[in-house]
Design a protein around this ligand. Sequence first.
Ligand SMILES: NC(=O)c1ccc[n+]([C@@H]2O[C@H](COP(=O)([O-])OP(=O)(O)OC[C@H]3O[C@@H](n4cnc5c(N)ncnc54)[C@H](OP(=O)(O)O)[C@@H]3O)[C@@H](O)[C@H]2O)c1
Length: 372
Amino acid sequence: MKRGSALYNDPARAEGQPVGTVVITGASSGIGRCTALLFGRNGWNVGLIARGPAGLTSICSELVDAGVRAACAAADVSDAAALDKAAALLESELGPITVWVNCAGNGVYGRFLDVTIEEFRRVTEVTYMGTVNGTRVALQRMVPRDAGTVINVCSAIAFGGLPVLSSYSGAKHAVRGFSDSVRHELIHQRSRVSLTTIFPPAVNTPFFSHAASHLSGSPRPAKPVYQPEIVADAILLAARRRRKEMRVTGITVMFDLATRLVPGLVDRAIQRLGSSGQQTDDEAAAQLREPTLFAPSPHASGTHGPFDAESRRFSTQMWLSGFSLAAVAMIFRAMLSRLGLNLRPDAPSLPIHGPQDPHPMPAGSAQPPAGP
Ligand SMILES: NC(=O)c1ccc[n+]([C@@H]2O[C@H](COP(=O)([O-])OP(=O)(O)OC[C@H]3O[C@@H](n4cnc5c(N)ncnc54)[C@H](OP(=O)(O)O)[C@@H]3O)[C@@H](O)[C@H]2O)c1
């Protein structure tokens, strides 16, 4: 495995301690898989949840081969009891869960009246109720300990629905409202448990092969498309800093603002996008079609979809989020120094990594029982 970026190196890692235990739903493919690898590189114990054994075994072996303490448990996120069982198993293998990432999701492309009631309900049960179930399972463990972070992977689509994605748009709007509500409850209870909602843009993952579809072409992400590593960086950053919401790219920030400031313009842009901007005749995309809404794939998936050539690898928004505190401090020091007010000329330069993890492992659990 490649080394994690210097920006996100955890101080605890240098001391050889696990930073904590993260559990990720939807960890076998796309954003979840990428996030599992990033947390693993940064010294976390990693618990993996998805349905398909092939995908789970493949990501678990990749992590374990790289020296990461990792364990997996198969569960359908729409089944609250199964998810609770999976969480208990992962805690017994890896120690108390410090961060829980709700990343499992699926969709169906097609006009509202072409989508069956069963498909619509299933997308809602996986993408919305899966997040609700995951949040419940995590908070039942974190609230009594008064420590932990829940991270809900939402979508820029929560700021404005797209055509041919009505069930998914509805589910992501619901995820945002639900997450907001629970966060307010936690704040009201003066809990130290935090909840962050992440809003990725369109991302190049196998999602578009996995979604069900009634379109004539193969589903594709609406442009511009970003690589999943950028979203994984945002999730790791959210694990370290209490954030209410994180918009992962400048495009997401602009989309959110535009829906409020110039809704007419946004409507026109979405009309132009229509369904043609969300499908492709590309043969490679057609060959990768493998809808997994009702059952997992028998094959393991990777982190990327087939749109590498057009996908952006860098987000200024994320770069600024990661460096904001250090950058402000550096600019401040530079200004003082120009004014001849260098208060601590011998002070070491600012570290480029983020602050200490806000939720370190509780005493006595720094070395959890051996995993697989
Ligand atoms: N790709 C994008 O453009 C984009 C943009 C914004 C937000 N998102 C969100 O990011 C999250 C991850 O999506 P992705 O793009 O990485 O998609 P992906 O590559 O298709 O990965 C989906 C993951 O969820 C798991 N999963 C699906 N249904 C499940 C179920 N019922 N129970 C448990 N696990 C289930 C899958 O494994 P199994 O099939 O084996 O269960 C897989 O690990 C989703 O919430 C998605 O809505 C994606």
